[in-house]
Design a protein around this ligand. Structure first.
Ligand code: APR
Ligand code: PHB
Length: 389
């Protein structure tokens, strides 16, 4: 098969990119290792910046998001005693949209056939070839045969574990990484949220987050050691711990219920430079990971895709030969700022094993300063709502 652009991975990055290219009449094929059910079974965060909702609207695929999503004008930082509200609407004139990433993915997958965007699911052993030449290609296995796709460009949207980043030689790239000495234990339950906005809590026992998927479904997290076993956190113990860490105000309105899902995820900061090698471009988690504290993962994937689709359209329509070369620099400038914010909020809100009493007082003083400073709140709000493209 021959196409103009082949995309590896049908996560949010690959699907958004595929739709944006198809909307411009660029021939695009997506190859994806998993099945649709497997992709839609993943539970992931869902706080969308305007950058992300704008892309859905531009594609004419935002109707369900606007009908079912919850616009949030603010969120809270808690310090064990009180809630500090960050009024993002008053401070920035914008809001964020709470709409599960799984739902975005569902909307994009459902619209693919009618938009002429082929997705080859259950494609095994994807391998990339000649990415630094004029005619890159890839192979995959399906139904007992090996298939080949030739393309002008390959876009690696295959997440942190995918093959695309590994097709870039180590000699031309640099990977920056920070592993945090804890993970997040998450619980999903069909109970109303304890607050109509999100609450990020720094307690001396560790971080906690109260989030939601809808007015009847809540998502909570607590910080746990990296080697923690799920078995030591039966639902009752987890709810008790959440009530302590979130503080009295949030706890007073917390409804408990059986876990629909419970899992532990590690936290990582990771950036791979450059995000382009020859005719292979990376977007989303294949090139960078943020700890979830700033809710930036999906939004960064969306901004990469904004820059990448723009570069490809300028290449094909504007005959602009420099467009592709400029992609990595543009995307990375925004990536590093989101990495900074995610790292800073993670440091502010978590208990680090190496922290001493002084470090703890610094966190408390930081939160106290934020509570009293419009300048500090504005810095947090403008990053949370998403920096300009
Ligand atoms: N071949 C084909 N597809 C692959 C391969 C492979 N070898 N390896 C991984 N994939 C697919 C995965 O199955 C997944 O569907 O690539 C896709 C990558 O999707 P995500 O991991 O969701 O990454 P991305 O689209 O960059 O999303 C960025 O959304 O899912 C979140 O945590 C993620 O918040 C981040 C944001
Ligand atoms: C979530 O709802 O899963 C969520 C929300 C905000 C975050 C991280 C996760 O910062």
């Amino acid at each position: 098969m021959k196409t103009q652009v082949v995309i590896v991975g049908a996560g949010p990055a690959g699907l958004l990119l595929g739709h944006l290219l198809r909307a411009e009449g660029i021939d695009t094929v997506i190859v994806e290792r998993a099945s649709p059910d497997h992709i839609l079974g993943r539970i992931r965060a869902g706080v969308l910046e305007r950058t992300t909702t704008d892309l859905m609207d531009r594609l004419g695929l935002g109707a369900r998001m606007h009908a079912e999503g919850l616009p949030h004008d603010g969120f809270h930082l808690a310090d064990g005693k009180r809630l500090i509200r960050i009024d993002i609407a008053a401070l920035t004139g914008r809001h964020v949209m709470v709409y599960g990433q799984t739902e975005i993915t569902r909307d994009l997958m459902a619209a693919a056939p009618e938009r002429g965007l082929p997705i080859i699911y259950e494609a095994a052993d994807v391998a990339l070839f000649d990415v630094d030449g004029d005619a890159p290609w890839l192979t995959y296995g399906k139904d007992g045969a090996t298939h080949r796709i030739d393309a002008d460009f390959i876009c690696g949207c295959d997440g942190y574990h995918g093959p695309s980043r590994r097709a870039i030689p180590a000699s031309v790239a640099t990977a920056y990484e920070k592993i945090y000495p804890f993970g997040w234990l998450g619980i999903l339950a069909d109970v109303p949220p304890c607050n109509h906005e999100l609450v990020y809590a720094n307690h001396e026992r560790g971080f906690a987050l109260a989030s939601m998927r809808s007015s009847t479904r809540s998502r909570y997290y607590i910080q746990v050691p990296l080697d923690e076993k799920l078995e030591v956190w039966p639902d009752d113990r987890l709810w008790n711990e959440l009530a302590i860490r979130l503080g009295p105000e949030a706890a007073a309105h917390m409804t408990r219920g059986p876990a629909l899902e419970k899992s532990i995820a590690p936290l990582r900061s990771f950036v791979f430079e450059p995000m382009r090698h020859g005719r292979l471009m990376l977007a989303g988690d294949s090139a960078h990971i943020v700890p979830p504290t700033g809710a930036k993962g999906l939004n960064l994937a969306a901004s990469d895709v904004h820059y990448l689709s723009d570069a490809l359209v300028r290449h094909y329509k504007g005959h602009d030969n420099d467009a592709i070369a400029g992609y990595s620099g543009k995307a990375l400038a925004r990536v590093w700022k989101a990495e900074r914010f995610s790292w800073q909020l993670t440091r502010l809100m978590h208990r680090f094993p190496e922290n001493d009493a002084f470090d703890r007082r610094m966190q408390v003083a930081d939160l106290d300063y934020i509570a009293s400073s419009v300048a500090a709140q504005t810095m947090i709000a403008e990053n949370y709502v998403g920096l300009p493209l």
